[in-house]
Design a protein around this ligand. Structure first.
Ligand code: W6P
Length: 410
């Protein structure tokens, strides 16, 4: 049987729906027996998921699959599947350790997948062969692919992270995540980056209560916040003439840039974060382009600063999460929106052309609602059951993890 046949067959298998108990155990790295069980589960589950991604990459429409960069990416996924299958199912603590190390190396090795796809998309766009409808279709497919990839990586990351004990964390999940704190950290890091390249940075003011916390994955939130703040900093610098359209630096001459404001609001159901800038906004007819892999990949003079900011910051990645690594290809915003959607949230822009842009990030305080409703129970049922379920953080987190097997239906 050829490798291709193996992969085609694997890709047709169902991904596993885990029981709450199983899922919860993923996050408790203390018990070696449990860890071996989890490794054994991943050993079965991961080849299917990687095979599905490989097959997707091979079946992209409009000749995208024929682009060299995309073929390369499909090849990496196939290699991974074969490597995963060649690895014996972990049965001892030692094998579990080796398996975990291999998965960790996979995460690192696969950080370039978005860039490869972006390159293929850019070439396709440059050839000018696609209608608007076809471009929209490509965006949909890439969104679906990247969301599955986020889910796949999260499954591995959660397994690896849960081995390490961090107070307040279960793996990647923090039970008392404070958006105000994350915003401060993102603001400091983006400001450092901006100052490094421009010699200055607009002030970032954060409004909200640091003790307003929710159960969330702070690394995802940090990624989104950095992306929004980078865009706001760049827009502000360009709008006030501190940076030329071509990315060249101009003297500020004592000009004080209007601050970027971050507002964190906690309601009964929602945790919402607004990032406001006075960077001149964008026209509504350009809004669709911001979210498109096709348009944002197009080389524009304004992209120069972005590319520089991002190139400088790839080494800055938080915990191998690749915080800035995707950008420079104009994929940061679409990917941020996927991170938001992954937990049932949304990311929207409300620009006022000539003045500035408001970015709204809405997240569920209780992720249980959306995931359980979409993937586990009927929505009416879970809405009724939600409040009670939330009383237990453990149930809460387990439900949250229920998103793992079924992310493709977005
Ligand atoms: C802009 C364009 C943009 C995108 C995302 C977030 C903030 C901003 N500001 O001018």
């Amino acid at each position: 049987v050829s490798d291709d046949t193996i992969i085609q067959r694997l890709a047709k298998e169902q991904t596993t729906r885990l029981s709450l108990r199983d899922l919860h155990s993923f996050s408790d790295g203390a018990d070696p027996k449990l860890r071996i069980q989890q490794a054994a589960f991943l050993h079965r589950e991961l080849p299917i998921r990687f095979a599905q991604r490989a097959v997707e990459l091979q079946n992209l429409p409009f000749g995208l699959s024929e682009k060299k960069a995309v073929k390369d990416a499909a090849g990496w996924y196939k290699e991974i599947v074969l490597r995963l299958m060649a690895f014996p199912e972990p049965a001892t603590a030692e094998q579990e350790e080796q398996y975990g190390n291999m998965l960790a190396s996979l995460l690192l090795a696969h950080a370039q997948v978005p860039q490869a796809l972006s390159k293929g998309v850019m070439e396709l766009k440059a050839s000018g062969a696609l209608t608007l409808v076809e471009q929209h279709r490509v965006d949909q497919i890439l969104n679906s692919f990247f969301l599955s990839r986020i889910a796949l990586r999260f499954l591995i990351e959660q397994y690896i992270a849960s081995k390490r004990h961090r107070p307040g964390f279960r793996g990647m999940i923090q039970s008392e995540c404070s958006p105000v704190e994350v915003a401060h950290k993102a603001a400091a890091d983006v400001a450092r980056l901006c100052r490094y390249h421009l010699g200055f940075a607009p002030e970032v003011q954060v409004f909200g209560k640091p003790h307003h916390t929710f159960t969330a994955v702070p690394s995802h939130l940090y990624y989104i916040m950095c992306e929004l703040l980078k865009n706001s900093c760049r827009a502000t610098a360009v709008h006030f003439g501190a940076v030329g359209e071509d990315g060249s630096r101009r003297p500020l001459n004592g000009l004080v840039l209007p601050p970027i404001k971050v507002i964190v609001a906690r309601g009964r159901e929602d945790m919402a974060i607004k990032v406001m800038d006075e960077g001149g906004g964008i026209k509504r007819s350009d809004l669709q382009h911001v979210w498109s892999y096709m348009f944002s990949s197009a080389p524009q003079p304004r992209r120069q600063l972005e590319a520089e900011l991002d190139a400088a910051s790839t080494s800055d990645a938080s915990g191998g999460h690749g915080t800035f690594a995707f950008a420079g290809y104009g994929m940061g915003l679409p990917l941020s929106r996927l991170y938001a959607r992954y937990f049932g949230g949304s990311l929207k822009l409300r620009p006022m052309e000539g003045y500035g842009t408001d970015a709204y990030l809405h997240l569920h305080r209780y992720v249980v609602d959306i995931w359980a409703s979409v993937h586990t129970y009927g929505s009416a049922y879970i809405r009724k059951g939600t409040r009670q379920a939330l009383k237990s953080t453990q149930v809460h987190m387990s439900c949250m993890c229920a998103m793992w097997p079924e992310t493709r239906s977005w």
